[in-house]
Design a protein around this ligand. Structure first.
Ligand SMILES: [Zn+2]
Length: 233
């Protein structure tokens, strides 16, 4: 910021102050003297509007049809079919283009289509240790779901070792590429009724191992939720 801009800003603030003496105005949201709404609140309003408009546009791809898959130790509910063209586009935006801000509205849409949850806590699947991603997209989904349901988010799980990406492996190798001890917990989860969240359900192996890890740590796993599933049944 140049000295000139700083001076202009200071001048503007002083001018606003004197204006306030003559014609008092303050931000109706946070009460700060000056403009209404103030710069901070204006920014927050814009951010929320973007989130809400994202949520509205994503709502169209959520038909309310839930894909239910029963695995050996966990039932997984998915809100979207992964290979629908419109779904693919959104998932690409979210995962590959790193559009972190769409995670929360997507999570809200997910929770809406699942209806209610019997879980008291949501635990998002942790990022792989050697992941090239800068943020855990699953955590963003979980935030949206927790806000909608009013349940507590427990971001308490970590991976314990590096593993190759499931996508790079064949069927049997994928099964052996993940085990319950690949997960650890940063707090005591004994006795908690939890639901797990992941972005995509492909073979189910990650969620099978993750829910086993939660059980071994003493939690009651109600079910798992994913944004999309690669199969319909
Ligand atoms: Zn304000």
């Amino acid at each position: 910021m140049s000295l000139y801009t700083l001076r202009v800003m200071r001048f503007r603030r002083i001018a606003e102050y004197f204006l306030h003496l003559i014609w008092p105005s303050s931000c109706e949201i946070c009460g700060r003297i000056g403009a209404n709404p103030c710069e901070n609140c204006q920014r927050e309003i814009i951010r929320r509007e973007i989130e809400a408009s994202n949520a509205r546009s994503f709502a169209r791809i959520f038909t309310g049809d839930i894909i239910t898959r029963h695995f050996e130790n966990v039932t997984v509910y998915s809100s979207l079919f992964h290979h629908d063209p419109s779904v693919k586009k959104v998932i690409h935006m979210f995962k590959e283009e790193g559009r972190k801000e769409i995670g929360h509205p997507l999570g809200v849409c997910m929770a809406k289509s699942f209806g209610e949850t019997e879980a008291d806590y949501i635990i998002p699947a942790p990022l792989r240790m050697n992941s090239e991603r800068k943020y855990n997209q699953t955590l963003e989904l979980a935030r949206g779901m927790c806000d909608y349901w009013g349940v507590e988010l427990l971001d308490v799980s970590k991976r314990t070792r590096e593993r190759p990406h499931q996508m790079s492996l064949g069927g049997r190798e994928r099964r052996n590429n993940i085990a319950p001890d690949d997960f650890m917990f940063t707090r005591d989860i004994r006795g908690l009724r939890v639901a797990l969240v992941d972005d995509v359900c492909t073979t189910g192996y990650t969620l099978i191992a993750f829910s086993e890890a939660c059980r071994l740590a003493g939690a009651e796993v109600i079910c798992a939720y994913t944004l999309s599933s690669t199969t319909r049944v």
